[in-house]
Design a protein around this ligand. Structure first.
Ligand code: AMP
Ligand code: TRP
Length: 333
């Protein structure tokens, strides 16, 4: 391991669509804060995305664009190991073995599977079903201690821990048992249009989602259209879920506390609040946009990042796989 005393962090995101403000606040912003104190691995989990049909040419572009978006969010490729899941075949190898330690009853309970099979009724494939097992393999390969992801991934994380404990019990300590880390504020950024639904890359209503790549005009428009309520008071309360969500976004992107946001807009209406929030987001995303262009113009560098990332990840993953193969009784070549 790069540093034996450092705790290991692993997280991943699927390369589909384009990163959203929800991804940024709920995941990447926190990843960045962790790079100082931990050995972090961040993977673009391209194999997970194949559970839904992808156009091969578009998919390649999206995968690269995702890595560039990570870099543009400020993730340091020296401090962090950034790589594509499919470049480290140990993920699929471990996934198979862990499938044999996972019960159907456990997979049947996964809400993400239920949601996704509702959405893709014509393609409920077995990859979609065993998706959480591949996710468990991603995490366990690296002896991960902490998995920083949004609240929506809690169930998958619990399953991962159960699989790890089951394997350890059968074969002796093999995997570290990972902990879930959810950000205190912003764990669940909601849709601007339907504040009871998570802001998502794949929402049919694009007005509900702010993408990191959105232009300033679009951000302003989406903000103006954001659903609020009739109170016209900037208050942080469950009764006003639309406004509550906007305050959360303001607080996390603008780097000020919820209380300060509420105080700042005391006595002011929604119009002013939304307009200024759009400005906060536009300003907050400016460095991202600039860096994105710089990296896109320097694809040679981007290539070295993911090749080196795969090398570093493989080294750690292979160490775990050697132990797993031997523990389950597979012969060495
Ligand atoms: P996904 O976009 O579903 O591939 O998720 C990538 C990462 O971003 C995961 O860690 C999610 O938990 C997190 N995430 C996605 N959407 C949101 C959201 N609306 N609010 C907070 N975190 C999110
Ligand atoms: N399932 C996660 C999501 O939809 C993505 C993911 C795959 C992941 N493997 C992972 C997240 C490992 C954390 C750790 O967001």
């Amino acid at each position: 391991m790069e540093n034996n005393h450092q705790k290991i962090i692993f997280s991943g995101a699927q390369p589909t669509g384009s990163l959203t403000l929800g991804n940024y606040i709920g995941a990447i912003q926190n990843w960045k804060a962790l790079e100082k104190d931990y050995q972090c691995l961040y993977s673009i989990v391209d194999l997970h995305s194949l559970t839904v049909r992808q156009d091969p040419k578009e998919f390649q572009k999206t995968c690269l664009s995702f890595l560039v978006q990570y870099l543009a969010c400020g993730l340091d490729p020296e401090k962090n190991i950034l790589f594509f899941q499919s470049h480290v075949p140990q993920h699929t190898e471990l996934s198979w073995i862990l499938n044999c330690y996972t019960y159907l009853g456990e997979l049947n309970r996964m809400t993400q599977f239920k949601e996704k099979s509702q959405k893709n009724k014509d393609n409920i494939n077995s990859g979609l079903y065993s998706y959480p097992v591949l996710q468990a393999a991603d995490i366990l390969l690296y002896q991960t201690n902490i998995v920083p992801v949004g609240e929506d991934q809690k169930q998958h994380l619990e399953l991962c821990r159960d699989i790890a404990l089951r394997f350890n019990q059968a074969h002796g300590d093999t995997f570290a048992i990972p902990e879930h880390r959810i950000p205190k504020v912003g764990a669940r950024i909601m849709s601007l249009q339907e504040p009871d639904k998570k802001m998502s890359k794949s929402d049919d209503n694009v007005n509900g989602t702010i993408f990191l790549m959105d232009t300033e005009d679009i951000i302003l428009k989406k903000m103006k259209r954001a659903v609020t309520d009739s109170e016209n008071k900037v208050l942080y309360s469950d009764e006003q879920p639309g406004i509550k969500n906007l305050i959360t976004i303001y607080s996390t992107v603008g780097n000020i506390s919820i209380e300060e946001v509420v105080k700042k807009y005391d006595g002011k209406g929604y119009g002013a609040f939304k307009k200024e929030l759009a400005e906060v987001i536009i300003e907050g995303l400016r460095p991202f946009k600039e860096k994105y262009q710089d990296y896109m113009n320097n694809m040679d560098f981007v290539e070295t990042v993911y090749k080196r990332g795969a090398e570093r990840a493989t080294e750690i993953a292979e160490r775990t796989m050697k132990e797993v193969r031997s523990k389950v009784g597979l012969l060495t070549k």
